[in-house]
Design a protein around this ligand. Structure first.
Ligand SMILES: Nc1ncnc2c1ncn2[C@@H]1O[C@H](COP(=O)(O)OP(=O)(O)O)[C@@H](O)[C@H]1O
Ligand SMILES: [Mg+2]
Length: 198
């Protein structure tokens, strides 16, 4: 389709099939795409505020998919559907369902047993779900919104501030974020927790 997107460090390239899932044909630049996605995401945030989310429904595959759909379905046909191709980040796509199930079970265990603090549970969840990389794109923003929903609707705490950034642009804030994710890849969650809180 002749569209050239710019991919920042740590961003997932779309393959041709996924690019064809673009619903708004007038989008021609990465900047326009970012804006349309942002509008859609803001609608999803409104939805999370106005629909009383039940804690027991949040840590489910159904909710994970539904949230992604809410965030991106104005823009992408494949919103809310797990990927069926390999990515440079993430596990083999055939393992997504089982690895997500493991993550959901682990997270429920951490909550019940207070294994970590609420913020560490939310951030460990965020890091592991973005490492699984359930969807063709939008995983980073989806994982951060999941962390906020866990904080607010499961723990009744304030949401994270994420450096007041949606992290779609390549800049110093995004670099810091990617660095913190790499630390978390090595099992050190402190930097990512601090990043999320500031
Ligand atoms: N080394 C890493 N370890 C874990 N997650 C990473 C790493 N590098 C990038 N990511 C995550 O992957 C995301 C990019 O995936 P993508 O599906 O394009 O999400 P989005 O479109 O919301 O940015 C980044 O925003 C980041 O959250
Ligand atoms: Mg992306």
């Amino acid at each position: 389709m002749g569209l050239e997107f710019n991919y920042n460090d740590g961003q997932t390239p779309l393959d041709e099939e996924e690019k064809e899932g673009l619903k708004i044909k007038s989008i021609t630049t990465q900047g326009e795409l970012d804006e349309f996605e942002q509008l859609n995401i803001e609608k999803a945030v409104e939805w999370t505020i106005h629909s009383k989310l039940k804690p027991e429904n949040i840590l489910t595959e159904k909710f994970i998919k539904n949230l992604h759909k809410r965030m991106y379905s104005d823009v992408w046909k494949w919103a809310g559907q797990f990927r069926k191709t390999e990515k440079n980040i993430g596990i083999p796509w055939t393992q997504i369902e089982i690895e997500l199930k493991n993550l959901l079970d682990d997270t429920k265990y951490w909550i019940e047993n207070k294994t970590f603090s609420p913020e560490e549970i939310a951030i460990r969840f965020k890091h592991r779900i973005v490492s699984i990389h359930c969807f063709p794109n939008g995983n980073g923003r989806h994982s951060r919104m999941m962390a906020d929903i866990i904080m607010e609707s499961i723990f009744g705490n304030e949401i994270f501030s994420w450096h007041q950034s949606n992290m779609v642009k390549a800049n110093e804030t995004r670099n810091q974020y990617i660095k913190a994710l790499r630390e978390a890849d090595n099992g050190n969650f402190k930097q990512l927790i601090e990043f999320a809180k500031n």
